[in-house]
Design a protein around this ligand. Sequence first.
Ligand SMILES: Nc1ncnc2c1ncn2[C@@H]1O[C@H](COP(=O)(O)OP(=O)(O)OP(=O)(O)O)[C@@H](O)[C@H]1O
Length: 554
Amino acid sequence: MRRGDRLLAAVAFRDRPRLTLIVTAALIGVAAGLLLPGALADAVDRAVAGESSWPAVAWLLAVGAADIGADALVLLVTARLTASAGAWLRRRLTRHLVTLGTRSRFADGDAVSRLTGDCATASGVTTVLLQLVTATALSTGAIVLLAVLDWRLALVFLGSVPVAMLLARSHLRHTADDVLTYQRVSGEIAARLLDAVRGLRTIAATGTAGQETRRVLRPLPELAGAGAGMWQTQARMVWRAALLLPAVELAVLAAAGFGVAAGRLSVGDVLAALGYVALGMGLVGQIPMLTTLARARSCAQRIAEVLDEPPPHAGHSRLRPGPGHLELRGVTVDGALDGVDLTVPGGTFLAVVGPSGSGKSVLVKTMGGLVTPDGGRVLLDDLPIARMRPEALRYAIGCAFERPALLGTTVADAVAYGTWAGEVAVRAACRAAQVDDLVVRLPDGYRTPLARTPLSGGEAQRLGLARALVRGPKVLLLDDATASLDTVTEARVEDAIAHALPGRTRVVVTHRVATAARADLVAWLDGGRLVAVAPHDVLWERGDYRAVFTGDES
Ligand SMILES: Nc1ncnc2c1ncn2[C@@H]1O[C@H](COP(=O)(O)OP(=O)(O)OP(=O)(O)O)[C@@H](O)[C@H]1O
């Protein structure tokens, strides 16, 4: 069984009480539907014979009411079931995507389209299956009842079955490719759109709105082609089915006419036979539902693809007491780092320097457990960080980035993000990050919504820094996290951090010579390899080290 089909089965069977209610109501609906033609025939025959038809009419009304009531109940409950299934799928997918984090191989827009469109379509599977199963039960029951009425009529009706099967086969064959193409291209357009939205500033600055619109919509003809293909197949199916029904009705009616002439059938029986034919042909009318089922299956497969991505291995060890001693042993990240051995004693201020693309960011992300090395290990106080509980790791190692994403509703939320930090701790962190003055001047201070807080690059960086400090980590990793600050503010931030979190290990990626000069040690990277680890003054003797900052080896 495909993984997507197993997911659909889980969607269909997850709410057993509601499903039981729907199946019961559907069974009542099917029974009532099958009884209806017989009840009608009985009422008509009694009326034609001049007998009292009240009991038959009452029965007919009761069966009709049961049919309508059951259908209404099925509709109501399946709507709720579909809504809760959609929410369940979205919760699972969101949780998994967030857990995968930067390891996710799915483009953002593609992930969004799976989360919105695919979840919505897949969650409708119960309705689709129910309609198909109900139609099959009604058709089968109708053929049996037709045979009970007169086996000749059933034989005439069964003549239409091969035609109906051919219709279904041709329908499925034509829609399968279109369905897959439609889903794939929708994801592609969503991914392109998300890139464009992220780059709106650049698009405005470069005056490329038209060009970008064309780029986003380039796959549109393919999407339109697949969409039109699906509709054409659907339309073809509908008119073929619409031709088949009267043809079969006419054939059965003719056969029933002979039955009446031969005295085997009454007028009411002819009416009943026509009712059974309509019910029997109901399955043909449901053939387009096979397209919906195919779409639900391919959507579920796309969701399952994400859920099948193995989440990062989560360790179980608690934090080991220690000064924040970091050690990298033979750390290799394919394409970025090549067997890096580095020891950062607890409490050290380490600057990481090197030319652009030398692997500085990847190095600190590996130290923080944000990038899993392809080889080697990172140890914090002699414990591999891969074995640490994720929540312990996040409190032990604080990370701040060059372009922090500030998450949360208010400024205070953004700083306390992911912690239980109260107002006092949030303010202390903001003071250390030299951003408290700015926040208290906002209209509602720390309660100002982020959406109403226009921030410069440096201000956002300082809030990102405060978010790392609020956890009181024993290791602080700053990946160009103060690059937008002027050198005076940057030095003030460094002093304030040293004062607020004394004795903590700090690893700072920097392009500034002044920062490297203030550090206890400098790790110099080039081409993913560690060139040297030494105090700045010692390294400054070397022309190639000076060239990292000045571009001039003399
Ligand atoms: N998670 C990753 N896995 C593998 N390679 C990566 C990863 N992230 C970045 N790279 C690659 O590693 C190389 C070094 O990137 P990195 O961002 O570490 O450079 P950097 O020294 O910080 O550069 P800059 O000073 O310009 O910010 C780049 O070629 C980049 O494409």
